[in-house]
Write a protein that binds this ligand. Structure first.
Ligand code: 5GP
Ligand code: ZN
Length: 105
């Protein structure tokens, strides 16, 4: 989506510190980290929020959860939090679905 910050990170027209990428997912450092590790895990397909999930996204979301856990362990985290702010009332500011992975070493 042309005016979406995270789509611009996906197409590399905005720079980000990318820590993982494959055909479906990209993971990068949050620009304002709130923990030692603060990654944003996003699908490459533009889905606005959890409120916009459809059954066709089931496999993608499962992959995101498994990959998030793998990346947390590779970062050396013994435990972590996942936040998914959803909708304006849920504190969402960027309307491209993303998981916050937060952990302290
Ligand atoms: P939300 O409130 O939508 O769940 O969180 C959006 C997150 O995106 C915030 O933690 C914010 O710091 C991060 N963010 C916003 N713009 C950019 C950007 O251009 N680059 C990166 N790396 N993170 C961003
Ligand atoms: Zn987007």
């Amino acid at each position: 989506m042309s005016n979406c910050i995270f789509c611009k990170i996906i197409d590399k027209s905005i720079a980000a510190k990318i820590v993982y990428e494959d055909n479906d997912i990209i993971v990068f450092n949050d620009i304002h980290p709130k923990a030692d590790i603060h990654y944003l895990i996003i699908p490459k397909v533009h889905i606005e929020s959890m409120l916009h999930l459809e059954s066709k996204h089931t496999e993608l979301m499962g992959k995101i959860m498994l990959k998030t856990n793998m990346i947390a362990q590779e970062a050396g985290l013994l435990g972590y939090k996942i936040n998914i702010n959803t909708g304006v009332k849920g504190g969402q500011e960027v309307f491209h679905l993303h998981l916050h992975l937060l952990g302290n070493k």
